[in-house]
Design a binder for this molecule. Sequence first.
Ligand code: PLP
Length: 238
Amino acid sequence: MGPGVRRDDRFVSLTMTNLNTLRASLDAIHARIAKAARDSGRKADAAELVAVTKSQPPEAIREALAAGQCRFGENRVGEAKLKWNLLKPEFPDATLHLIGPLQTNKVPDAVALFDVIETVDRDRLARALASEMDRSGRRPDCLVQVNTGEEPQKGGVLPGDAEGLVRLCRDLGLPLRGLMCIPPVGEPPAPHFALLAEMARRHGLGWLSMGMSGDFETAIALGATHVRIGTAIFGRRA
Ligand SMILES: *Cc1c(COP(=O)(O)O)cnc(C)c1O
């Protein structure tokens, strides 16, 4: 064999190693999700994994897709559009969640690309989404993001204003499924998850997107239906 062929072999085996590593970490996360659900008296499949691929290159996402993962989260519309315009035609069954802030001028792109928009947090955005859905005929599922820690720099509607926003989403006919939160860094997350679960119950909403790499088991114990996990699958982001 010539040197060129050797190089190819090495490339193939390297890719296989990455794929096996990724498969192993996905399997481990799935096992932890199922155990957390069972330990809290829920069905093993009560919480779905949203693999967070923000800042990950398309090759890493392609490996996760090859490993059987089909639900993904991205936090920036522009970045997601660049990566997923390549991947969507290849993997039409992939389900994409927007988990970052949404500006109203990006609403047409977001409605065209995402299957779930988790960050509905103000009246103006709800109205823009409703009119774009009417215009385009695409109707991604929506979650209201609640700023449970009332942090000024963070997106999300304040807990006291959530009821009004939920009512507006329903009046506008948005496909509203549930609530989402990101607890403050450095605080125990459990009270935030419990508050979000209580609010969802009160409003008759079934989906609860809460829990990340460091706290998803706690979130599942408190009722999460979707956990958003990046680092624990892909390693630290660049
Ligand atoms: C980045 C991000 C995550 C994933 O965080 P990890 O700690 O890497 O698991 C989850 N949710 C949101 C909204 C994020 O921006």
